[in-house]
Design a binder for this molecule. Structure first.
Ligand code: MN
Length: 198
């Protein structure tokens, strides 16, 4: 979900009025589960962190669990795509662009929990889940207007203000009170020009 916190919408040049949520997608191989360090991606000089609450869709179609995620973004490619009105796939949906922590099943422990990210120990983003313009349940309703949302689908629900760059070697620690933390170190770039990740 794009621009679901008002202050982040403003920092990206958007309008935080309550327009319907908008979506972009990441392929399944964007997902990086906790414990694995993603590689700094090719073709960018401005990779950004976006800490997000992730909701997981269960067998009954409702939200079954929650996690801390990081929507890694090639901000330079996104800016170029925005300028030309082109798709965001290369900016958002690249390999290993969606690190995600372990799921906590059941109800969200605290709907007003603090969401934060630290880079090398320095706090860069902080907010509260209650700052979201659209709640996770409202986001899911809107997504169902557009797709047949399937069990196992993961929805990243947007990021608070304070997005910024990360480089290879940076330690990323993302937390939401009541959920399992997400931590990883960005590893050096990998040459994928032969179609493989080594
Ligand atoms: Mn995001």
């Amino acid at each position: 979900v794009g621009q679901n916190y008002a202050a982040h919408a403003r920092e990206m040049g958007g309008d935080p009025s309550r327009a319907p949520p908008f979506f972009f997608t990441k392929p399944g191989d964007a997902l990086v589960t906790d414990g694995t360090d993603p590689a700094y991606p090719t073709a960018t000089a401005n990779l950004h962190h976006e800490v997000e609450l992730v909701c997981a869709v269960g067998e009954d179609g409702a939200i079954a669990g929650w996690a801390v995620g990081c929507d890694l973004t090639r901000r330079d490619l996104q800016a170029a795509a925005k300028e030309k009105g082109r798709p965001w796939d290369a900016a958002k949906g690249f390999d290993q662009s969606a690190p995600c922590g372990a799921l906590t099943l059941g109800a969200l422990p605290d709907p007003a929990a603090v969401i934060e990210i630290r880079i090398n120990g320095e706090r860069r983003q902080t907010g509260r889940l209650s700052d979201m313009i659209w709640s996770p349940e409202e986001v899911l309703v809107e997504a169902r207007r557009l797709w047949a949302v399937q069990p196992g689908d993961l929805i990243f629900t947007g990021t608070p203000e304070g997005v910024g760059p990360v480089v290879a070697g940076d330690r990323v620690e993302a937390t939401i009170e009541g959920l399992q933390p997400l931590a990883f170190t960005l590893s050096p770039p990998v040459d994928v020009s032969d179609g493989r990740r080594g």
